[in-house]
Design a binder for this molecule. Structure first.
Ligand code: ASP
Length: 347
C-alpha cells in the first residue's frame, strides 16, 4: 500500500516542433528548430517535480504549418505505444495549427482516461521573456495531477497563458499576444494562478469508459469553403466539382446563412445527391448554426446540409476527415457529425 502511494507519476513529453523550440538565426533573424536537449536545459525547474519525465521527439521536428494527418497519426502512435507506462502526456507543438492537432487527437483517442496536453509558446524558450517555460511547467503539472488515483483531466487539452481549454473547442485567436488561444463556446477547464483551479463540472467524464482504442485513419478529400459577399458561380461550382471530393465545411454567415441565389442552392443539392457531405459552420467566433431561422438557410435544410451547431472550424474539418476515414456509410457519417463525439458540440 505504502509503496503504491510513493510511486512517482510518469510523464511523457513529445516534442514536435514550433516556436517553443526554435532559435533565431543571428544574421537572418529567421526561426529554426533546435535539438530537444537544448529545450530541456532551458527548464531545469522540471527536475524539481517529483516526477519521472521522459521525452520523445517527432522525426522530423516541424513548424506546425507542416502538420497533416500523417503527423497526427505519428503522434497518436507514440502515445498509444507507451500509454500504459505513463500517467499523462505533454505535446510541445507549434501554435499555428495546434487547435487542428488537438481536435484530431481528441477524435482518434476513444476511452481516453489520461491527460494529453498540447502546449507551445509565442517566444522561443531560450528568450528572456519567453512564455514557453510557464506553459511547459504548468502543462506537466496538469498532466500529472490526480484525484483519488484518477487523472483530473482525462482529455485532449490545450494549455496556454494560464488557461486550460478543451482541445477541440479552441482556436488560435492572436499571433502576437501570449494569450494566443480562446474557447468562446466552452468554458476553461482550469485556470492556473497561485493554485491550479479545475472546473470539474466542465471536464469531460463519460460514465462508461471501455478500453482505450486509437483510430488512425483520415480522408483528406475535403475542403473548407468560406462564403463571402460576391462569391462567383464559377468559383463555387469548381470547388464542389473537385474530383474525389467527399466533404465540404461551408463557413456561412451568422447563424448559418448563405445567399438565396438559385445556382448556389442547386450546386449544393447536386453535390449532396453525389454523396458529398456538406457541413454548415458559422464564420462567427461565438454562437451556433441554427438553420431555418432565416429564409437564407431554410433551403440548406431542404438540400440536406448538416448543421455543425457550435463546432469550431478546426473541430469540424478534422471531424469530417476522421469520420470519412473510418469506412462508415454516408448516413452514419452524417449521424456522427450531428452529435458530440468528444465534447466538441454543446447539445
Ligand atoms: N510557426 C510556428 C508553428 O506553428 C508558430 C508557433 O509555434 O507559435 O510551428
Amino acid at each position: 500500500m505504502a509503496k503504491a502511494k510513493n510511486k512517482k507519476s510518469s510523464i511523457l513529453i513529445i516534442y514536435t516542433g514550433g516556436t517553443i523550440g526554435m532559435v533565431q538565426h543571428p544574421q537572418t533573424g529567421m526561426l529554426t528548430p533546435v535539438r530537444f536537449e537544448q529545450i530541456l536545459e532551458e527548464v531545469p525547474e522540471l527536475n524539481k517535480f517529483n516526477l519521472n519525465i521522459q521525452t520523445e521527439v517527432l522525426n522530423p521536428v516541424i513548424d506546425s504549418s507542416n502538420m497533416n494527418p500523417t503527423s497526427w497519426i505519428k503522434i497518436a502512435n507514440k502515445i498509444k505505444k507507451q500509454y500504459n507506462k505513463f500517467d499523462g502526456f505533454v505535446i510541445l507543438h507549434g501554435t499555428d495549427t495546434m487547435a487542428y492537432t488537438a481536435s484530431a487527437l481528441s477524435y482518434m483517442f476513444e476511452n481516453l482516461d489520461k491527460p494529453i496536453i498540447l502546449t507551445g509558446s509565442q517566444l522561443p524558450i531560450g528568450m528572456l521573456r519567453t512564455d514557453g517555460k510557464e506553459n511547459l511547467i504548468t502543462s506537466v503539472e496538469i498532466a500529472s495531477s490526480k484525484k483519488d488515483g484518477k487523472s483530473i483531466v482525462p482529455e485532449v487539452c490545450i494549455y496556454f497563458d494560464s488557461r486550460l481549454f478543451r482541445g477541440n473547442r479552441t482556436v488560435k485567436s492572436d499571433s502576437e499576444l501570449f494569450s494566443a488561444f480562446h474557447s468562446v463556446n466552452y468554458p476553461e477547464l482550469a485556470i492556473a494562478g497561485v493554485d491550479i483551479k479545475y472546473s470539474s463540472k466542465n471536464i469531460y467524464q463519460p460514465e462508461n469508459k471501455g478500453i482505450l482504442k486509437v483510430n488512425t485513419s483520415f480522408n483528406d478529400n475535403v475542403v473548407i469553403l468560406k462564403m463571402f459577399p460576391g462569391i462567383s458561380r464559377s468559383v463555387f461550382n469548381s470547388i464542389f466539382n473537385i474530383p474525389e471530393l467527399k466533404g465540404v465545411v461551408l463557413e456561412t454567415f451568422g447563424s448559418g446563412n448563405v445567399p438565396t441565389t438559385r445556382w448556389l442552392i442547386s450546386c449544393i443539392k447536386r453535390a449532396i445527391k453525389k454523396n458529398i457531405i456538406v457541413l454548415n459552420i458559422t464564420q462567427c467566433e461565438g454562437g451556433r448554426v441554427v438553420m431555418g431561422q432565416y429564409e437564407t438557410s431554410i433551403e440548406l435544410i431542404k438540400a440536406g446540409v448538416i448543421s455543425g451547431k457550435d463546432m469550431t472550424v478546426e473541430a469540424a474539418i478534422t471531424k469530417l476527415m476522421f469520420l470519412l476515414g473510418q469506412g462508415l456509410n454516408t448516413d452514419d457519417v452524417k449521424m456522427y457529425l450531428n452529435k458530440s463525439l468528444r465534447g466538441e458540440i454543446s447539445e
